[in-house]
Design a protein around this ligand. Structure first.
Ligand SMILES: Cc1cc2nc3c(=O)[nH]c(=O)nc-3n(C[C@H](O)[C@H](O)[C@H](O)COP(=O)(O)OP(=O)(O)OC[C@H]3O[C@@H](n4cnc5c(N)ncnc54)[C@H](O)[C@@H]3O)c2cc1C
Length: 366
């Protein structure tokens, strides 16, 4: 039975500072909470106790010690924020309710639940998880990766670079890899993987319900043999919990929240949304989620100080720029007028995978 940890509304609004509740401690939510922690009474609700730098996650599978820097307890960079490690289940005009019964009153709300993923709750469990993934890869002679989006391609790149003796098979149901960016980038990634002897199978589907190592038969009858497999088919948008809440009519067909140019959920003066959960027309990228967070933090600072909302900053959708790493030294980069692959994109991203830069952004040692 759900225990309702209900506190009087007045007691919830601690001190004189206004209460900002941020839901989701991913790329965008972490930046909003950090930016506001000394000018508001900030509460961060996240399903887990830590922030994980997503672009470091695949390196951590081949080098588990990498996760020591890419998995960061929220309390390490948010000393002045109350962290509630729980799942938000409902919102009203003034309150957020979590699945384990916390009821949090807010003056301003920021929804940043970009993606939903079943990951461990504590940092220690997450680090052990990476150790186990490493053991799985290290002890296999052949690895099957299901999904040819950025996660599948980057994982194939990591394994092919660190374990060139292993057979890597990448199966993708689409006709090209990296469908979120342009054809040239897809082709360059495919050429690179083939040059590293990765077997890439396109237009093929793996039934995830019946998948079992070491032999997998595809619906078209193809037999794939691999000692282990990793599913990299993309994480669902973290918005299903918003159905039935006061913002349900603001969800578009893809389950994304419709926001105005100031990043407020349409029709709600005190509710903002940031990151991949928004319906902003741009490719879903972490560096853009960070920009949403910066604009929102600026707007909230203005509102918290009693400023005029006509002075709020506006957000302009980002350009179609993306960089996918291919192992430790190479990558493929798409810019508006140019797509390149090789060691230049590798120098920009693939060495440290922006982990030092992201940590610095959170006020931590790189
Ligand atoms: C492997 C990989 C590599 C990537 N590389 C890059 C890159 O190089 N550059 C780049 O710009 N982008 C990259 N991206 C994309 C980037 O990670 C996303 O765009 C970014 O994470 C979106 O941020 P977000 O805050 O909107 O959502 P997320 O980072 O997904 O955070 C959402 C948070 O909300 C929490 N949550 C969800 N539902 C609830 C709930 N009901 N209650 C409480 N908490 C909840 C989740 O646990 C999570 O902590 C990469 C992504 C992946 C997976």
């Amino acid at each position: 039975m759900c225990l309702l940890i209900s506190m009087a509304a007045a007691a919830e609004s601690a001190g004189e500072k206004k209460r900002v509740v941020v839901i989701g401690g991913g790329v965008a939510g972490s930046v909003v909470a950090k930016s506001l922690q000394f000018c508001a009474d900030v509460v961060l609700i996240d399903e887990k106790e830590y922030f994980e730098i997503p672009w470091g996650s695949l390196r951590a599978m081949v080098e588990p010690s990498f996760a020591e820097r890419s998995v960061i307890n929220h309390s390490d960079y948010l000393p002045n924020v109350r962290i509630v490690a729980s799942t938000a289940a409902n919102i009203t005009e003034r309150e957020v309710l979590t699945t384990d019964g916390h009821l949090l009153v807010y003056e301003y709300l920021v929804i940043a639940t970009g993606h939903k993923e079943a990951v461990p709750k504590t940092r220690a469990e997450r680090l052990s998880h990476y150790e186990a993934e490493f053991v799985k890869i290290n002890s296999a002679k052949s690895v099957l990766i299901v999904g040819g989006g950025p996660t599948g391609v980057e994982l194939a790149g990591e394994i092919a670079t660190d374990f060139p003796e292993k057979k890597v098979i990448l199966v993708h149901r689409g006709s090209r890899l990296l469908e979120f960016i342009g054809l040239k980038a897809s082709q360059k990634a495919l050429d690179w993987l083939i040059s590293k002897k990765v077997e890439v199978i396109l237009d093929e589907t793996i039934n995830l319900n019946t998948i079992s190592d070491p032999i997998i038969q595809t619906p078209s009858g193809e037999i794939i043999t691999a000692d282990c497999h990793f599913v990299c088919t993309g994480k669902p948008t973290g918005s299903s919990w918003l159905r039935g809440t006061i913002v349900q009519n603001n969800l578009d067909m893809q389950g994304r929240l419709m926001v105005d140019e100031n990043l407020r959920v349409r029709g709600h003066k005190n509710i903002f949304a940031v990151g991949d959960i928004t319906n902003i027309k741009e490719i879903k990228q972490g560096y853009l989620a960070q920009r949403h967070a910066e604009v929102t933090a600026k707007n909230l600072k203005l509102l918290l100080m009693g400023g005029n909302e006509s002075k709020m900053a506006t957000y302009k959708p980002g350009l179609d720029i993306a960089l996918v790493s291919l192992g430790r030294n190479e990558g493929v980069a798409q810019f508006p007028l140019l797509t390149i692959s090789g060691c230049i994109p590798g120098m920009i991203k693939s060495g440290d995978l922006y982990v030092g830069k992201t940590r610095k952004h959170l006020g931590l040692k790189p």
